[in-house]
Design a protein around this ligand. Structure first.
Ligand SMILES: NC(=O)C1=CN([C@@H]2O[C@H](COP(=O)(O)OP(=O)(O)OC[C@H]3O[C@@H](n4cnc5c(N)ncnc54)[C@H](O)[C@@H]3O)[C@@H](O)[C@H]2O)C=CC1
Ligand SMILES: O=C(CO)COP(=O)(O)O
Length: 233
């Protein structure tokens, strides 16, 4: 089970599903959603999204495999978008953690979520065009973004990073008991890709998350990035 992106040797992005497909020579579908693991393990009600390439052929079987009373599945034929939502929302959750650490409230976090969602949509449009806007309204989109920005580990370590002044590695070690946050490495991959295509300015939240994690920007400057976001022009 993993979320994230893979960097190609020449600096391009590769989805993890594409990496698996190339290695194993099999068709790969993805499952993403508002699914914080402890709550799923507790059998609390939640929804999830399966993204596949051939819904007519594989959709019913994929749904049957995972759909239960408390784990409700929607299958969509938009696998790239589902997978990218799962990876990119971790970056937005880091931004939410930074604003929490800075002492901003829920209105600011809502702005981070909205602007982050717009960047997710733009990123998919720019690098994997042909996505279905409706996919962002599935559990893998807005719902996963909300739960991760409120209850996830990325948010938690980024809040502690700001409050404690320790390094990300230190707070991860202290708070995650051997687990890791996927947002910072994903932010770096997204940043390198955007920088290579000269588009880093179009993704101020993604860019700021990487620069803050890399120690090249102060967390407080994130709010300037929100204030001057291209969505406000
Ligand atoms: N825990 C949660 O609530 C949810 C987690 N996810 C995603 O599932 C994935 C796994 O999450 P968890 O099991 O909770 O995390 P975890 O931190 O418990 O496990 C991740 C594992 O991946 C290994 N790993 C990290 N980088 C690696 C690399 N480059 N090569 C090989 N192994 C590597 C780590 O050593 C660790 O054993 C993550 O991508 C996470 O974003 C998705 C939904 C919910
Ligand atoms: O992906 C998740 C929820 O769907 C988990 O997010 P975190 O990795 O931030 O805990």
């Amino acid at each position: 089970m993993l979320q994230g992106l893979s960097m190609e040797k020449l600096g391009g992005l590769k989805l993890i599903s594409e990496e698996i497909k190339d290695i194993l020579k099999i068709e790969v579908s993805v499952l993403m959603g508002a699914n914080l693991a402890p709550e799923v393990a507790n059998d609390n009600f939640c929804e999830a999204t399966i993204g596949c390439k051939r819904k007519a052929q594989d959709g019913a079987l994929l749904k049957k495999l995972f759909h239960t009373e408390n784990f409700r599945i929607n299958v969509v034929e938009d696998a790239h978008t589902v997978e990218l939502c799962g990876a990119l929302k971790n970056v937005v959750a880091c931004a939410a953690g930074f604003t929490d650490g800075l002492g901003y409230g829920d209105n600011t976090k809502a702005a981070v979520i909205r602007l982050g969602l717009m960047e997710m949509r733009k990123f998919v449009d720019v690098y994997y065009s042909g996505s279905n806007l409706q996919t962002f309204f599935e559990s893998c989109g807005i719902a996963d973004l909300i739960t991760t920005c409120y209850g996830g580990r990325n948010r938690k370590v980024c809040e502690a990073f700001v409050k404690s002044g320790k390094t990300l590695e230190e707070v991860e070690k202290e708070l995650l008991n051997g687990q890791s946050a996927q947002g910072p490495p994903t932010a770096k991959e997204v940043y390198l890709m955007n920088k290579k295509s000269g588009k880093d300015d179009q993704f101020p939240v993604f860019t700021a998350v990487h620069l803050i994690c890399a120690g090249e920007m102060k967390p407080a400057q994130l709010v300037d990035c929100l204030r001057n976001h291209p969505e406000h022009l």
